[in-house]
Write a protein that binds this ligand. Sequence first.
Ligand code: CA
Length: 388
Amino acid sequence: MKITRVTSHVLQYDLPEELGYSQQFYAKRSAHLVEVETDEGITGWGECFGPGNVALANKGIVEKVIQPMILGDDALDRDVIWHKVYNLLRDHGQKGMPIQALSGVDIALWDIAGKVAGLPLHKLIGGAHRKRVQVYGYGMMLKRENVDEHVARFRAEAAEIMDKGFVAAKMKSGLGPKEDVRLCEAVARGVDGRGKFMVDANHCYTTSDAFYVGRALDELGAYWFEEPVAPEDLDGYRELRAGLKVNISGGEAEFNRWGWRQILENRGLDIAQPEVCAMGGVSEYLRVLTLCHAHFTPVINHVWGSAIAVAVNLQLLAAMPPLPGGLNPWEPMLEFDTTDNKFRDALLVEPLRIQEEVCASGGFVTIPDRPGLGVEPDRDFIAKYEVD
Ligand code: CA
């Protein structure tokens, strides 16, 4: 089965309101879908992490750099293709955008493999360790508001996320250490013991400021403190993990098995958050998952983007072995963005309807069992939102 074409579709729309995190405000939602076609009429879908102009630049890598390397190759040789592309791109980027671009192609090849076998992705990997997975909601984004307005809104939004049935709520921080502690207290009050809450700093603190916020999180009983310091600051992660009670999480900005080996050996993470659409696709995710488990580091996938990204992550969460296992094992969660996202909610011919299911089931979503990723994008929808 030969690969005949590799196409990127970059989708974009104006959000109903501007949203922010510790690094910037943004007013557009974007998604980068990858379509791989074959001479037997089977098409696979993947997704590359990265918004806006990053997505447009990655489209160039997918179509102009990777496509010529793999045209005519057997679409089922996904591991051979992964290594061929990686080895040819090594001199031009072992991390970052070339690997994000490769991720989308690799995911599409796994979708094809599942469709050929007539099996969902989790069966190809080795089966479902769980039939359903718990879901946490993230929201509580930064806006151009003063601190008091943030505090009131974060408390109300945290309560709303729990009312919707999510098992936990995750907030952004980034106003400054003192102001952020007020936000964390507001979210703890909003959640009010109904579930866990987590804080995502998107690497905005120095180590000493992260200790200041982290000590408040220890008192408030937060579940994890995500990307407290820059991903390159391995010493900072190790010191924070040794000095705080709250779980230190991160890794969404790390790539491939070699990057992950370094952060795992450094012992700075309580919870690893690999991003399959960035760090090398399903092929590399499975190797990194094994590496995390070899270090006894539990994994909760980072999830961002369209229904394609959500679908592949549902399959991977199903196929994740329990670590360390037991009668009442530690369980992963699906990350779910509660802010406006048409590319998740309206992209598919048959939508995933996760929020409805979470609400009805008390926080869970069942694992789909159709072949491959189990999703079919609506081509009219893609045409409507595609930019180039
Ligand atoms: Ca994050």
